[in-house]
Ligand binder design. Structure first.
Ligand SMILES: *[C@@H]1O[C@H](CO)[C@@H](O)[C@H](O)[C@H]1NC(C)=O
Ligand SMILES: *[C@@H]1O[C@H](CO)[C@@H](O)[C@H](O)[C@H]1NC(C)=O
Length: 401
């Protein structure tokens, strides 16, 4: 309706394609062409890696590029929302950590942690040249408020919701020894239970979890959620302590170590096991649905109040579009029923356009009561999810007369 006018003002394009699922290449994706968006400025900002430069400084540049673009368009450094697609071969955790550090709590970030994409930015210096000297580690579609918007144009608001799909299980553990394999993709670790001296190897940890699950461990995907307390900074900004929950897939365990994917775990970090859980996912999906319904009733009641004083009955917030990023592991076989993840959006906003993609890791950062992040690791914030579905709902409010 208001967004994605495919007019002559095409500014950027994002296209992403699902990766290889079970080694079968899937050549499908979404082409997103953004035209004129009332009240917002939109552009694509990539994280371009240079072979020789350290990753940290390239992430800093990415965050600074987003901030300076946003500030030139809106006068403040945090955008309203970012749709981000990460390159599957690159660890997105440090990138999200720095974005979280640098952006205001109101900035919503959603997307696919392990996608494939091509893009074109309106700033040609950001596009990858034919010589491939740079390759993008991630790309951000940035929605910034337009400080020069014309009178008579309303506002676009973004809302975020998350349906989680994992549950914590077993006691809190503390990493005792941590080794990273040469390939830098797998971490080997041992652990202690809180307050105990005994060192647990991989087999012992997994047996404990299998007992807790009444020998059903083989039917689920297992993760560990590591509480990371790290000093974080961008450029020369003052470092700040950030506490995040990082989920790592469990690859196995033996009489020496537990093996998990990814890196960045340190000796002394606390962690807990998590397992994929359709019951939690279904309950969480219903909660998302009812919260979106409440949100909608809330606008409707507010706009009917204003209708008594304002003659124009069209003065009403209206959802005009949405995006859904859903884990590949969800779907009919996970829930035992169809369309669970699309229904919170479709039931509440019938006839509103929505686009979505399955992901191998969902990016979801938003400040809302819908996140239910509270029980994922206490006060630790989690922005890279597994077995989840992330919703971005877009609303338009016409200008006041
Ligand atoms: C974080 O930085 C502060 C001061 O720069 C330092 O005192 C503290 O030990 C650091 N913490 C960690 C976990 O690195
Ligand atoms: C859904 O909401 C109910 C009621 O607020 C709550 O008890 C339950 O834990 C929620 N489910 C999930 C998975 O967050």
């Amino acid at each position: 309706m208001f967004l994605f006018l495919n007019s002559g003002f095409i500014k950027c394009q994002v296209k992403w394609i699902d990766g290889n699922i079970d080694e079968v290449p899937v050549n499908t994706g979404i082409v997103l062409t953004v035209g004129f968006v009332p009240g917002l400025k939109v552009d694509v900002i990539p994280l371009l890696r240079q072979r020789k430069a350290p990753q940290g400084s390239m992430i800093d540049k990415f965050v600074q590029d987003i901030k300076s673009y946003t500030s030139s368009m809106s006068g403040c450094t945090s955008p309203q929302a970012i749709i981000m697609i990460g390159d599957g071969s690159v660890d997105q955790k440090p990138i999200l950590e720095k974005l979280d550090y640098a952006m205001s709590m109101e900035t919503i970030i959603v997307g696919d942690e392990r996608g494939q994409f091509v893009y074109r930015s309106s700033d040609v210096s950001r596009n990858v040249g034919t010589n491939k000297k740079h390759s993008p580690d991630a790309v951000a579609l940035v929605f910034a408020r337009d400080r020069n918007k014309a009178r008579g144009i309303g506002n676009i608001e973004f809302h975020f919701a998350l349906s989680k799909g994992v549950s914590a299980i077993g006691p809190r553990l503390k990493a005792a020894s941590v080794r990273v394999q040469d390939s830098y993709t797998v971490t080997w670790l041992t652990a202690r239970r809180e307050g105990q001296q005994e060192i647990l190897d991989g087999q012992q940890m997994l047996e404990d979890i299998d007992n807790e699950m009444e020998n059903n461990m083989d039917c689920v995907d297992l993760y560990i959620g590591v509480t990371r307390r790290r000093n974080c900074s961008v450029g020369s900004d003052k470092p700040k302590m950030m506490t995040t929950l990082a989920l790592h897939g469990v690859e196995g365990g033996d009489s020496e170590y537990l093996y998990v994917d990814g890196v960045g775990i340190r000796t002394g970090d606390y962690f807990q096991f998590y397992h994929s859980d359709p019951k939690t996912a279904l309950s969480s999906s219903r909660n998302v649905s009812s919260t979106l319904r409440k949100l909608k009733l809330d606008w409707d009641s507010k706009s009917s109040l204003s209708k008594s004083t304002i003659i124009n009955a069209v003065d009403k917030k209206e959802a005009f579009g949405g995006f859904i990023f859903s884990c590949l592991g969800r779907g009919e076989s996970f829930f035992g029923q169809l369309n669970v993840d699309s229904s919170p959006f479709l039931d509440n906003f019938p006839r509103v356009p929505v686009a979505g993609t399955f992901c191998g890791g969902e990016i979801g950062r938003g400040c809302t009561s819908l996140t239910a992040n509270g029980d994922e690791g206490g006060s630790a914030r989690c922005h890279l999810h597994v077995y989840s579905t992330v919703y971005l709902v877009m609303l338009y409010t016409p200008p006041e007369h």
